[in-house]
Design a protein around this ligand. Structure first.
Ligand SMILES: *Cc1c(COP(=O)(O)O)cnc(C)c1O
Length: 386
């Protein structure tokens, strides 16, 4: 079995479970993104902070020049602390509370991605109270399906996100009647872990249709924001460590018709940070049952919830064993039957104390950790700092 390469001696000294981030891979990924996006006129990439808000990870991303896509006041604060300029921060989310909107207004963020008329009214009122004008983009629901897990598709009419695209002209018209908001863009996001470029093409086609309607009404927005959603290869974290950003950006360059001077914004999360992160855990006990054997590890779904929440697959490796593989269910210590990382997988024979790597855990890993069962939150380490 090919395993990832890690500084095992250093990692052996750390208290498990913990997250480890490969800084060099993160930098290479960011370089690929800025090179590929940079080869297209007007492309502008934001990072979806919700994927991973580890301060060191954020610092690398800010240094690469990406903007920040935030979905809460806390994320705006994290982005500002990491040094992202407010002029590159966008604020999205279906349920923004007043203090969060005020935080965005006080910092003069680039744009609010608005998901309903009642929200627009509140932003207008709060901006008026400060004598400011809020820049807003409407998040439209494009009714485009994505070939991904049902829990992470967002662009269908049945999902809670966005404004019905058929109401586009109506909401733009409403906004024009409000003194303290300025419509600067249209926003879309169809889901996550998307690997079929055809799904992004379908979004492009929809955006083109909507822009033609706008043309007929002589309406022009400054920017189109197509969200994120590019997936990673969970099966092959070594061989496909960097997602195919070229195919992704080329799809948009070919299929989406921008108007002169218009910019195209992206909000990538998983594709930026997914592969650089690994959750390290230790085998506590090997329990042999009548029908299977369990490798019980010291990480649980409080550290990485994706397998429990979406039946997500993560490649798992025993880094400290070369013995012949055996078949295990890899399970955590939490008092819930869903606390399982993988069933019936082959690992080099496990013994108590072995260091186990759960790969491709950089996105929606550390950030989704909880303290259920009064467990400690896992620490996150950057390879540069070890
Ligand atoms: C979650 C989210 C993203 C990032 O999604 P990824 O699949 O991690 O790229 C981008 N935009 C919005 C609005 C989101 O909710």
């Amino acid at each position: 079995m090919t395993k990832g390469t890690f500084p095992i001696d250093k990692l052996q000294q750390l208290q498990t479970p913990f997250y480890y981030y490969d800084a060099e891979l993160l930098r290479q990924t960011l370089r690929t993104i800025t090179d590929e996006a940079g080869s297209h006129e007007g492309f502008c990439v934001h990072y979806a902070v919700k994927a991973n808000a580890n301060p060191q990870v954020l610092r690398h991303i800010r240094q690469a020049g990406l903007g920040a896509d935030c979905v809460s006041g806390g994320e705006i604060e994290a982005a500002l602390r990491a040094g992202f300029p407010a002029s590159k921060i966008v604020f999205a989310g279906v349920g923004k509370s007043d203090w969060e909107i005020n935080l965005g207004l006080d910092n003069d963020i680039f744009c609010f991605n608005v998901e309903s008329i009642p929200e627009l009214e509140v932003i207008n009122e709060l901006a008026a109270a400060k004598g400011k004008t809020a820049r807003v983009a409407f998040r439209l629901n494009p009714n485009v399906g994505a070939h991904t897990h049902a829990n992470i598709t967002t662009g269908l009419a049945e999902n809670k996100f966005g404004i019905d695209m058929n109401d586009m002209l109506k909401v733009i018209d409403e906004a024009r009647g409000m003194e303290h908001v300025k419509v600067v863009g249209l926003h879309f996001h169809i889901g996550s872990q998307i690997l079929d470029m055809g799904d992004f093409e379908a979004l492009c086609n929809r955006v083109n249709e909507l822009q033609e309607i706008l043309d007929r009404h002589r309406i022009r927005v400054e920017h189109i924001n197509v969200g994120g959603g590019l997936g990673i290869d969970y099966q092959h974290p070594n061989r496909v460590a960097i997602p195919d950003f070229k195919a992704y950006f080329d799809t948009y360059a070919k299929k989406l018709k921008l108007r002169p001077g218009q910019t195209l914004h992206f909000e990538l999360g998983r594709a930026v940070v997914g592969q650089c992160g690994t959750l390290f855990t230790r085998a506590l006990y090997i329990k042999v049952g009548s029908v299977k054997q369990f490798c019980i590890v010291d990480a649980g779904f409080t550290d990485l919830i994706r397998p429990a929440l979406y039946q997500a697959y993560h490649k798992i490796e025993n880094l400290t064993s070369d013995e012949a593989p055996e078949t295990y269910d890899v399970v955590g210590p939490i008092c819930e039957s869903t606390d399982v990382f993988a069933k019936q997988i082959d690992l080099n024979r496990c013994r108590r104390g072995d260091l186990i790597a759960i790969r491709s855990a950089g996105a929606y890993g550390e950030i989704m950790a909880s303290q259920y069962n009064c467990r400690r939150l896992p620490k996150g380490y950057m390879s540069d700092d070890l």
